[in-house]
Design a protein around this ligand. Structure first.
Ligand code: AMP
Length: 512
């Protein structure tokens, strides 16, 4: 049997190939829409173009383009031709692109026309033979060249453990690593989520996430495609555009920042969400306040899930009430077929409720880091579990809570401080919208605790008063030595707070 992920997605297309598959909601021409037949034909043309280049099997196709339906079709075409899709964040600049092209050695690079000069020079120098362009407005050499090819194509035969994609991790420390995901990893996860989140006939997804990342490319797109569900396609997140389309949609997926921005819109009401079935959040922690406010405003309970580039989705709050309640502040239960355990740094299993390193196992866990066998080995335990690098706990009823990243853990005077715990206390204080707790080198303690907080609109905060208030609540060693009040926390496109930037900014604070 052909385990090509594309074949499974293609088999899920509805019988009526002329029905709506993707409706762009912004961009050059919102009157244009894509049928399932268009998806089939366009991905075939791209696959035929790739076939015509006589590439070695499983060649990497590196793609740094703005989000467009055609960029998704390129992903499908790459899968169909049996090559390996390598999406790159549009924010990456020359030094990063240079590293990725050198590391991945793609046979084909696809970039925006505006970047062609420098990216092609770089790629050709490193031995890439083909560089195409693809622009947001459906122009560029990729589509020009694909247009002359046939619109039928038999998907390349793939085994479940053949590579489908490489995702470079966001890499807040050290060099970014290429997580190798197989056809089997991606399909098994998509099938699990289809069942667990109750995808059904008639569902319509608002797709407002970037497609260079696991959330938008895999969780969102695969979810809709594997269910034969139409997508309302936003090339960039715009809260007003999302609101305008909510009445035609049933499913929305977003990183926490998107929910915060939607809450700032007076138009977000129960009425606007009347046809919605499911709101999913993930990629970064969802604040309790956002979770509660969303419930009050819309009558819907956000379903928070947890995953990562290396594993796709790992845990999820329940969709069906019979499986339990959606509990804010937690990431729910391990998904069916996926093992999740918590162990201490000596590899001892920890009892319910105790905090330790999260390790996982399942058909979704990646095949290793591209060309880093040593690094890969380090990240797996002797009995084959992947060490996520996340710190968390599983309570006695099975709910998983993420406390932070192990590299965010602060060790001050020999005591462990989990930033998420302190952030929780800070976020509960009047006038605090959000916070980030970091460690900075300290001459006596190794690291000293510092906090950065953002006030709620109209609130005036005093850092010293917050420190004094914390002292009455928690152990002194956990209390930040100083609290800085700022307008915004630095975030990447997936809504993750960039603690590495905060650490860099405050590294000289204690003069160590
Ligand atoms: P990435 O590989 O870029 O998707 O980043 C994965 C990391 O994001 C995970 O290892 C977690 O640290 C974090 N993450 C993902 N989902 C959640 C969530 N729901 N709550 C807290 N952290 C999350």
């Amino acid at each position: 049997m052909n385990a090509n992920l594309f074949s499974a997605l293609r088999a899920a297309f509805p019988a009526d190939l002329d029905s709506l598959a993707i409706q762009p909601a912004d961009g050059p021409d919102t009157r244009r829409f894509y049928t399932w037949r268009d998806l089939d034909h366009a991905s075939a043309r791209i696959a035929n173009l790739l076939d015509s280049l006589d590439l070695p099997p499983a060649s990497r196709v590196a793609v740094q383009v703005e989000k467009s339906v055609e960029a998704l079709l390129l992903y499908l075409g790459v899968l169909r031709a049996g090559h390996v899709f390598l999406p790159l964040n549009t924010a990456y600049q020359a030094a990063e692109i240079d590293y990725f092209i050198g590391n991945a050695e793609p046979a084909v690079v696809v970039c925006s026309g505006k970047n062609f000069t420098w990216i092609s020079r770089l790629a050709f120098q490193k031995g890439t033979a083909h560089v195409f362009t693809l622009n947001e407005d459906r122009t560029g050499t990729l589509l020009d060249r694909a247009a002359v090819h046939a619109d039928t194509h038999t998907p390349a035969v793939k085994k479940a453990d053949d590579l489908a994609a490489i995702l470079y991790t966001s890499g807040t420390t050290g060099r970014s690593k290429g997580a190798m995901l197989t056809h089997g990893n991606l399909l098994s996860n998509a099938q699990t989520l289809k069942g667990y989140w109750g995808w059904k006939k008639g569902d319509v997804l608002i797709h407002a996430l970037p497609i260079f990342h696991v959330h938008g490319l895999f969780v969102a797109s695969h979810g809709a495609l594997l269910n034969g569900s139409a997508m309302i396609w936003l090339s960039r997140f715009d809260p007003k555009a999302v609101l305008a389309h909510l009445p035609q949609a049933t499913v929305f997926m977003g990183v926490p920042t998107l929910y915060v921005r939607l809450l700032a819109e007076p138009g977000l009401t129960r009425e606007a969400c009347r046809n919605m079935r499911l709101f999913v959040a993930g990629s970064a922690p969802l604040l309790m306040e956002t979770f509660n406010e969303w419930q009050q405003r819309t009558g819907h309970t956000i379903l928070e899930r947890y995953g990562m580039s290396e594993t796709v989705m790992l845990t999820s709050n329940p969709y069906h009430a019979k499986d339990g309640e959606r509990r804010g502040g937690t990431v729910g239960f391990p998904l069916p077929g996926i093992g999740v355990r918590v162990r201490d740094d000596k590899g001892q299993a920890l009892p319910a409720g105790e905090i330790g390193g999260i390790e996982v196992k399942g058909p979704n866990v990646f095949a290793g880091y591209w060309r880093m066998p040593e690094k890969t080995k380090e990240e797996f335990t002797a009995d084959g579990w992947f060490k996520t690098g996340d710190v968390g706990k599983i309570d006695s009823t099975g709910y998983v809570t993420i406390v932070g990243r192990s590299k965010d853990l602060i060790i001050t005077g020999g005591y462990n401080v989990y930033p998420a715990e302190i952030e929780g206390y800070l976020n509960d204080m009047p006038g605090v919208a959000e916070s980030a707790v970091i460690g900075a080198p300290h001459p006596d303690f190794g690291e000293g605790v510092l906090a950065v907080v953002v006030p709620k609109p109209g609130a005036a905060l005093d850092g010293a008063a917050l420190v004094a208030a914390l002292k009455t609540q928690i152990a002194a060693f956990k209390v930040p030595k100083q609290v800085f009040v700022v307008a915004d926390l630095p975030r990447n496109t997936m809504g993750k707070v960039q603690k590495n930037l905060l650490r860099e900014q405050h590294k000289a604070h204690f003069g160590a």
